[in-house]
Structure formats: C-alpha cells, structure tokens
Design a protein around this ligand. Structure first.
Ligand SMILES: *Cc1c(COP(=O)(O)O)cnc(C)c1O
Length: 404
C-alpha cells in the first residue's frame, strides 16, 4: 500500500481509481498542465504570488471559529467552524481558481473556460479571469441557471459569457461535457479551470493541493487554540474538493477521524439522491475512474439534491480510495435534514450557510449528541448561503407577508 501522502502515482492513480480517460486530443494539454504544475510546486516565485493573492485578494487565512451556541445546543463535542464562507466570492472555490489562473498565465493561455453547478465555481473562475484580464466562458446547466440566478448575474457583471446547457438533465454533468467539448476545440489558447477534485489527472491532485491550504491552516489554528489535534473532521462532499482540502493535511494523524457527507436528496432511491457511496458502482465518467451512480449497463443515473453544488453523479477518485482504506467514513444527509441544519446554524450562530455546507452541519445535528463533551470537531463551513436564500425560502415554505 502506498502512503496516502504520496498519491496519486505519475499517471494519476489512487489505487484502482483516477487516471486519464480523455480523448487523444486532450492528452498533450493535460501533460503540459501536469508538467507546468510540477514546476510551479517548487517555484518560489509562483508560491509567493499565490500566497499573496490568497491573503490580499481572497482573504486568507480564514478564521477557525468556536461555535459556542451550536456546541451548547447540541450538547456534544466542542464545534469549530473553518470559515471558508468568509472568503471573497463566498466559498472555498476561489482557492483553486487562483492557483489555476496563475498556471494559465505561465502557459500563456489567455482564454478561460469553466463549468459550474451552483454557480460558486463559475463566479470564482469569472472573478480570477477578470482579475487577470482574460476572456472567460462559463458552461452552466439550464436548470442550475434557474435555481442560481443570483450567481448567473454575478458572472455576467464580471464580464464572463454564461452559456446555458440544455442537454440531458441540464445540470453539472452536462455543463462539464460542454466545457470539455470547447476545450478539445480551443485547447491551444484555452485553459479549463475545473472546479473540483474530478476529471482526468492532474486535476484531482492539483485541485486537492490548492485546497489543502484549508487543512494546513486548520491544523495550525487548532494546535494553537487547543494544544491538540481534533477528534473529528466533517465536510460535505460534492466532487469532494472542500472535504479533501480539510482532510488531506490530517491523513497521517491516525487518531483524527473524518466524515464526508454526501447529498441524500429525497432518500436513497434511484434518481432521488447524489450519494455515490450508497448504491453507487465503479465506472468512468468525464476523465476519471471512480464511484458513480449508474445502472447495470453503465448509463449514468439521474441525481437530485436541494443543493446544486452536491448534485453530481461521480465523486472524486481519491475519496473512493480513502473510503476503501477505511480512512474516511462517508454518509449522507437528506434535503430535509440539510434544510433543518441550515435553520439551526442561522438561528444559533448568525451564520447562514450554503445548502451544501448545511449537509455537513446536519451530520453534527444528528451525531453530536452521541459524542463526548471533551471531544473536538472541526466542520468545514465551505460557503455562505446568500445564493440559496430563495431556494431555502421556497423549500421551507416561507411566504412573504405571512410570516409569524
Ligand atoms: C461547490 C461547493 C461544494 C461542493 O464541491 P466540493 O468540490 O465537494 O467541495 C460545497 N460547498 C460549497 C459552498 C460549494 O460552493
């Protein structure tokens, strides 16, 4: 067994998962990206430029916040929130977008494309493209454009072109297909800023590394505050980038448990959820081999979640590997549980979380009361809920003028 720290191997494998399942026309672009990234990793100038942008443009380090009222309410472990919601543009996505735009500059690629689900990654990509004066095209499913209209407007203000994708379920998977199609055609001038630990090598590794700043900071902060490591880390898992970003710097700390929370949607029935580790199977989707939701013929199944950012049929390949190892436990929260947690965090801490993040909070609402008071938990507060205010109000049945 490889040490989890040194994975993936040179061709992007995490055990049996990962790899490079892409058309021939993209292979040279992916190799170029891998080579450039390899150089950048040890280049002081690159690292310096990135850390200045993370600090002065994005707002790092983010606080590690002791959620006292939530802790008291749940009467379980001490709960800390890693406040990625306080970052510029409202979620952790900016960490990765900044890393990738710097790589694009080094490769001389001045046109940026990206896919987006909830719109957070589209906003992050459009933001860094504006910051560096690059042309930017964002692919977004028509259904997602409707449920995330606020973020569509933000991308347009930032100068990006937002292209609606109407194929299939008209959500994230179809948007990625369109982005890949564009990339194949325009690969010489274009960099594809992929938004999670998905797709072909080197993306799952590279996005993980850019997001690991979350866990590196959290580790340092908790040692400073508590003089010990936490007992448990919790994060929601869409593609899995905020989760792996928090988890990765703790993987060698055997006593730190980790839980990833997927979208249980309306329950674990075909077509009603996006919990790949509940009833998923091994397959290949959009460049990588991993756990995904497909039928026996390998056709990708429909997915559902109240949160657009978790609504995807595949999970990042490294998560499949960590699950096989038993290093990380994966569970799910339903739409109703997430909406309940959304209200609890808002009312008790004055923090309105993204609906994605609310899935991680829901795990605590359910499980914190079973834990000991002296235990310490860090939850990744991956994003803020501004974009979800309409969707949550609708789901919770708020009506204007008729509130108590
Ligand atoms: C995009 C997003 C997610 C899901 O993506 P991961 O790659 O799994 O982190 C979770 N939370 C927020 C706030 C997001 O914007």
């Amino acid at each position: 067994m490889h040490s989890t720290e040194t994975l993936p191997d040179a061709r992007g494998h995490f055990g049996p998962y990962g790899g490079m399942f892409v058309p021939e026309t993209l292979m040279s672009a992916l190799h170029e990206l891998a080579t450039e990234y390899d150089r950048a990793k040890t280049d002081r100038e690159f690292q310096n430029e990135l850390s200045i942008l993370l600090r002065d443009f994005a707002g790092r380090p983010t606080p590690l916040y002791l959620a006292e009222r939530l802790t008291n309410k749940l009467a379980g472990p001490k709960i800390y929130l890693k406040r990625e919601d306080l970052l510029h543009t409202g979620a952790h996505k900016i960490n990765n977008a900044l890393g990738q735009i710097l790589l694009a500059q080094r490769m001389g690629k001045r046109r940026i494309i990206a896919e987006t689900g909830a719109g957070q990654h589209g906003v992050a990509a459009a933001t860094v493209a504006a910051r560096f004066g690059c042309e930017c095209v964002i692919y977004m499913g028509q259904v997602d454009m409707e449920r995330q209209a606020l973020n569509v407007a933000r991308m347009k203000f930032l100068g990006a072109k937002v292209v609606p994708v109407t194929a299939g379920q008209a959500t994230l998977k179809e948007a990625i297909n369109e982005a890949m199609r564009d990339w194949v055609t325009n690969v010489r001038t274009t960099h594809y800023i992929l938004g999670s630990v998905l797709g072909s090598h080197p993306y799952p590794m590279m996005v993980r590394d850019f997001q690991s700043v979350i866990g590196v900071e959290a580790r340092h902060q908790i040692l400073e505050r508590e003089d010990r490591l936490p007992d448990l880390l919790v994060a929601c898992v869409g593609g899995g980038s905020n989760a792996i970003g928090l988890f990765h710097p703790f993987l060698q700390d055997q006593h730190v448990q980790m839980v990833g929370v997927e979208a249980g949607g309306e329950g674990i029935r075909s077509g009603k959820h996006a919990a790949r580790f509940q009833g998923g199977r091994l397959g290949v989707l959009q460049g990588t081999k991993t756990f995904l939701l497909a039928n026996e013929e390998g056709q990708i199944e429909l997915t559902h979640s109240v949160s657009a950012g978790l609504d995807y049929a595949a999970v990042g390949p490294e998560h499949s590997y960590l699950r096989d190892l038993g290093r990380v436990e994966y569970t799910y929260a339903t739409d109703d549980e997430a909406l309940n947690a959304f209200g609890i965090l808002s009312e008790n801490e004055g923090i309105i979380p993204a609906l994605e993040t609310a899935h991680a909070i829901a795990y605590l609402v359910k499980n914190a009361p079973k834990m000991k008071r002296e235990q310490i938990v860090i939850v990744n507060c991956s994003g803020r809920g501004d974009k979800d205010v309409d969707a949550a109000a609708r789901a919770l049945g708020f009506k204007q003028n008729s509130q108590p």
